[in-house]
Design a protein around this ligand. Structure first.
Ligand code: SAH
Length: 392
């Protein structure tokens, strides 16, 4: 009881900080139809005195036929198209730059009104193609090993800006729903903390899942979180998607230095939320991400403690070699140390993969995504000043 209050306050604080910093687009008078999931679009059509089934027609145009011109949606009837054109539009973000790595990884810098931009990455592998999508411009969580954190925070992305990243990537890759499915998996592992932008992220992910949208199976659409415990429960009640949790340490003191949010939601509570997430109706596993940082969390003893911890949750472990970025104090663990860590976990009977670093030549690896953050927290300025003071 006594512990619930500060947590509730933290959550309110985090959500309010995000909302207060969010920019309102006053220039836009027409609603963007990309901001609605199916339920929202049905409600929208009802609100303008039209039949809700129009939502299905529009969704098919936008997500099956990649049509964004309302005038071309021929089964809507001319009168409805004209009416729609007055009150609504289909407004995609803009691809500012596309870069292709020698290993096939593609990275897009995607820009939004107001000068912000995020990065979206496509990682092709022999049997799958993963799209890594951003949920916020910057991040407020300030994890010490992540370059996104060092850039501060500008605002939440809207549903349209999140699903717009998928739409643009699908189009650019020539992804076909019923043909060449170049994207097989989507992970919310780009910039930002998706659970701090809950409503927009859930709407966008429901469009990824919906057959009228991109039609991905639940296990192929993953939300990754630094561990906002109450929102993990909320997600479980709201939408069937896979869960990944950025763990990075098996003990609280180490985890708190890497993920400050751990102070409020320590490991034991996080593990309970993960167990509950996959229990009963969600018969799946949680993927735990563990970035290996030299001398910080890569000792064999950490691996042994991790084994004990993960025994309590149906899970997979994804080991990520730390990717350095300018100004970081951390270094990547050696190959031997990574191999030893993986061996200890595998010998205990768990699934542990080492994530190959992809797209290094175009800075597209985990924790290297930077985008363009109109930082409203002043954190990036403070960090730059500090770096200037400490650099000889
Ligand atoms: N906020 C969410 C979504 C970001 S996902 C989350 O924390 O899960 C990005 C993943 O890359 C996370 O697991 C994050 O911890 C990891 N990561 C961040 N910086 C990294 C770095 N420099 N090297 C390797 N992994 C990093």
């Amino acid at each position: 009881m006594g512990r619930k209050l500060p947590k509730q306050r933290l959550r309110t604080f985090l959500v309010n900080s995000v909302n207060n910093l969010a920019t309102v687009d006053t220039a836009q008078s027409r609603v963007n139809l990309l901001d609605f999931d199916e339920a929202g679009l049905r409600a929208f059509f009802e609100s303008i005195g039209e039949k809700p089934f129009r939502a299905q027609q529009v969704l098919k145009w936008v997500y099956h036929h990649a049509e964004t011109d309302i005038a071309s949606m021929t089964n809507l009837g001319i009168a409805l198209r004209k009416k729609l054109d007055l009150v609504a539009e289909i407004k995609l973000p803009e691809i500012i730059r596309e870069q292709q790595s020698t290993d096939g990884t593609v990275k897009w810098l995607i820009g939004f009104h107001g000068g912000n931009a995020v990065e979206t990455v496509y990682i092709p592998e022999p049997k799958r193609g993963t799209l890594c999508v951003s949920s916020q411009v910057g991040c407020i969580l300030n994890c010490s090993f992540c370059s996104t954190g060092a850039q501060g925070f500008a605002r939440n992305l809207t549903c349209g800006e999140i699903i717009g990243q998928v739409w643009l990537a699908a189009k650019s890759l020539g992804h076909e729903r019923n043909g060449s499915r170049r994207i097989t998996n989507i992970v919310m592992m780009g910039m930002g903390e998706p659970l701090l932008n809950f409503d927009a992220v859930v709407s966008a992910m429901s469009l990824m899942r919906n057959d009228l949208g991109f039609g991905f199976a639940a296990k192929r659409v993953t939300l990754s979180t630094a561990g906002l415990v109450p929102d993990i429960y909320r997600l479980r009640e709201t939408l069937d998607v896979a869960l990944a949790v950025s763990l990075h340490a098996p003990v609280d003191d180490v985890r708190t230095t890497l993920v400050p949010l751990n102070k409020k939601y320590p490991i034991a509570e996080l593990m309970k939320a993960c167990r509950d997430f996959v229990s009963e109706k969600h018969k799946r596993t949680v993927t735990f991400e563990y970035t290996l940082i030299e001398g910080v969390n890569d000792h064999p003893e950490h691996a042994r403690k991790l084994v004990k911890l993960l025994r309590t949750v149906p899970s997979k472990l994804n080991l990520i070699p730390f990717n350095p970025f300018p100004g970081t104090i951390y270094r990547c663990s050696s190959q031997e140390r990574i191999a030893k860590f993986q061996e200890i976990v595998m010998k205990a009977g768990m699934i542990a993969t080492v994530r190959k670093t992809r797209g290094e030549d175009i800075d597209a690896a985990c924790g290297q995504l930077v985008g363009k953050v109109q930082d409203r927290t002043k954190r990036s300025e403070r960090i730059k000043l500090k770096m200037a003071e400490t650099t000889p």
